[in-house]
Design a protein around this ligand. Structure first.
Ligand code: NIG
Ligand code: FE
Length: 431
């Protein structure tokens, strides 16, 4: 008698597990150093799923005599990976900003555009004027795209409201989407994205509103698990960001920081000092910042889509981070201004091209390591017994096609918690 399971994934050329070894139970810890490149790949592999979790992964010839299933997912000679995990997104906004992309192509810089009232401020105006239904519809459309690109869990920030009403509204919409959409969401309050225009001459007053009202209430209502602050040139100073992060901590929130993207202001050092879970961007991070992050256990979130979209002349010094033992992660930074990129597969390709990562390092950073920064339940971003059965089937013969092939979304099927939620060409995810 064979053992009955809910789902068997068969017919794969490769199953990429990002796990510690065949048969070993899932281990949520992120990978560092040489291990980042040690992707576990099962040639001719299969996956058995029961009750939303991975039960077994191994060569199909070993699993078939043991398991039978009602549902078979045929990978048709493709590659199976864990569902991708995106640890930095800004998906709640009311309008795109392609005009700014064009302005930059004509010589404007991100900072010029912000100083002229564009950038984040233009998104704030649009969001405050939008209806709840409009914002919810747009968020849902973005999540559909994330899912179609293979992302099954993501971190998502508010940050285009910059007042109590619209920051909470943005987080409420994320909570609603988490309940009603297949993609799982780990919510972050980014009320400290910029100082809103009405507080231009009272920055301390806005920081008081953020730390005294917006963050504590978001935390109390379970609307945010983390807080974030944009600590950079043209945004919050290190001193201001320290006050925001201290308030976030008092409110019981985990911390994330937009750090040292545009100038080496010491935001990575601050993130480490405050015990932040992540410091993100880090294009201009100092060596002291990298060392401080290593000592504090703060993970770097690298966002090559932003470097690409802003045409930054520099990228984050990733080899120094790997040498320092940091558990590097990758994310899209999906937002209307600096990275209108929903695809983690595209980000993996950009990480190989711009940051010089190997495909294996980039996959590890986009799955297991990204998952380790989230507060979502269960083990994600790897295919090992006990991990959540979040997986994707790609129409490529091996994992090296991630990075090698661009401009085509290879995702054929997405399974979330053991259930098929996306099939190419058929919008099976209906609600
Ligand atoms: O992560 N750097 C700050 N925040 C976003 C950009 C937001 C925007 O321009 O709308 C980022 O790149
Ligand atoms: Fe961002």
């Amino acid at each position: 008698m064979k053992e009955h399971v809910d789902l068997l994934v068969l017919g794969a050329a490769e199953v990429v597990t990002v796990a510690d070894g065949q048969g070993l139970v899932a281990n949520a810890s992120p990978r560092r150093g040489a291990d980042l490149d040690a992707l576990e790949v099962v040639a001719g592999g299969a996956v058995a799923v029961r009750e939303g979790l991975v039960l077994a992964v191994g060569p199909q010839d070993d699993l078939l005599p043991i398991y039978e299933a009602e549902t078979i997912l045929d990978a048709r000679g493709g590659t199976v990976l864990p569902g991708l995990v995106d640890p930095h997104t800004h998906p709640v906004f009311a309008a795109t900003r392609e005009g700014e992309f064009d302005l930059r192509a004509r010589g404007g810089t991100y900072q010029d555009i912000t100083a002229a009232g564009g950038g984040i401020f233009s998104s704030v105006g649009a969001l405050r004027a939008a209806t709840r239904a409009d914002l919810a519809g747009r968020l849902r459309a973005h999540l559909d795209r994330f899912l179609a690109c293979g992302t099954t869990s993501l971190e998502a920030k508010s940050g285009y409201g910059l007042d109590a009403r619209t920051e909470w509204l943005s987080l409420e919409l994320l909570a609603e989407a988490d309940r009603t959409h297949a993609v799982d969401i780990d919510p972050t309050c980014l009320a400290a994205h910029q100082v809103p225009p009405e507080f231009k001459h009272d920055r301390a007053g806005y920081i008081e509103l953020v730390t005294g009202t917006i963050l504590p209430e978001a935390s109390r209502r379970g609307l945010a698990r983390s807080a974030d602050v944009f600590c950079d040139a043209g945004a919050y100073s290190v001193e201001e960001a320290r006050t925001v992060l201290a308030g976030a901590k008092r409110a019981g929130l985990a911390l994330r920081v937009h750090a040292d993207e545009l100038a080496p202001v010491g935001a990575a050092e601050l993130a480490a000092e405050m015990g932040a879970t992540t410091a993100d961007h880090l294009v201009k991070v100092s060596d002291a910042g990298i060392q401080a992050m290593a000592a504090a256990g703060t993970a770097p979130v690298l966002l090559p889509g932003t470097c690409f979209s802003l045409r930054l002349p520099e990228v984050a010094p990733v080899s120094r981070m790997i040498e320092a033992g940091l558990p590097i992660t990758l994310a899209t930074d999906f937002n209307p201004g600096t990275s209108y990129v929903p695809s983690m597969i595209e980000v993996i390709a950009l990480a190989c091209a711009l940051l010089g990562l190997t495909v294996a390092q980039a996959i590890t950073a986009a799955t297991r390591n990204a998952a380790a920064t989230l507060g979502l339940p269960g083990v994600r971003g790897q295919l090992a017994p006990g991990a959540m059965a979040d997986l994707i089937v790609l129409d490529v013969p091996n994992h090296l096609f991630l990075g090698y092939q661009t401009g085509w979304n290879p995702v054929v099927s997405v399974v979330k918690g053991g259930r098929r939620v996306y099939t190419r060409g058929t919008p099976t995810w209906g609600g």
